[in-house]
Design a protein around this ligand. Sequence first.
Ligand code: ASP
Ligand code: MG
Length: 420
Amino acid sequence: MRVFKFGGASVNSAAAVRNMTEIVRRSCDGGLLVVVSAMGKTTNRLEQLVPGVRPAKEHPRMMEELRDYHDQMAHELFPDPGHEVFADLRQLFAQLEAATRREPSSYNYDYDQTVCFGELLSTTIISHFLRSAGVPNRWLDIRQVIRTDSNYREGLVDFAATQAAANSAFAALGDGTVVTQGFIAAAADGCTTTLGREGSDYSASILSFCLDAESMTIWKDVPGFLNADPKHFKDTVKIEQIPYNEAIELAYYGASVIHPKTVKPIQNKNIKLHIKSFLNPEAEGSVVGPFDTIRPLTPLYILKNNQTLLSILPKDFSFIAENNLREIFSLLARLNIRVNLMQNSALSFSICIDDNAMLLEQLQQGLSAQFRLRYNRGLQLVTIRYYTQSIIDQIVDGRPIVLQQRSRATAQLLVKPVEN
Ligand code: ASP
Ligand code: MG
């Protein structure tokens, strides 16, 4: 049994759905689980429809856009207007409308009850299309399998309950093909939860773990795991082999090719993760697995824009010590703020975080009684694995370095962005 994950870009048009269908057709012998994200930018659109986010008078237009996008795709894929896919889509849109019309309650809960429809819609269209193209398959509502706690928007997976549910849901799978949703799950009470943005990779990895999959493949619009984002770097190098721990480090520093939580479950079962291009499915791609080093060994670059450096100084001129740090970290944890880099000296503590005006203000409010705060916004965090001084000089290119940290393998530099 193998597990394939298709992201939004791989199913964003009728032509893309046809292309993924051929990839599935060529690989479905011997059992295949197909995990799919929402089509194109659907999740971003659904976020705008969460009750309370936008004025209700804007809802009909936004809903129409979403309906047209899916309807048009379905009409291109299914020439027969009486095909049952259309009735299924109507039913899902009726449910989505009901979800968006509810009185706003808690944002995170409302979010999950609304955005889950992206994956329900995409898998409905894809499952029907595969069948009509001669690839028999079963559509599975993954909310019956992946169990989380009730931490909406970032559900914590209960692996024991998920394993038990997977055992019965997939007992009869055999050599068949199953199509299911990434990103979404359910709490013990049955309410829909999600695993965090871009969480479909993680869904595929959880299911690979539970099914003892032979391998997992993520189909992307890049040829594999590159040493830098081709949007920002001209000459990128494809990494052929990546050790599990290296992939975890890279995802942690912000490499966007895989979701940070993806690697652990497959590493625990020694399952290889292939990253391949849906535009060139026969090409080799990259493999994450039980290797000693990356191959080829080359510097890796990760850029994070829109960074804020916040310096925290005790007002009473006390030292930055355990007590102060405890205060600061408990507030960061409460606000769910991730620290991308930190440094402390005797009298100040500095953290680099993603720019977010609302959270920055809440952080300031929470700390202002005891601390003076200074901040610097709009910075760029550059992480280089396997750096040399000349590579650092080249990347920094004379820009002021606001903060830096180096270990044997990794250099992190917080710099002013390039002026245009
Ligand atoms: N559709 C979700 C998102 O866009 C999950 C995913 O694509 O992995 O974040
Ligand atoms: Mg996506």
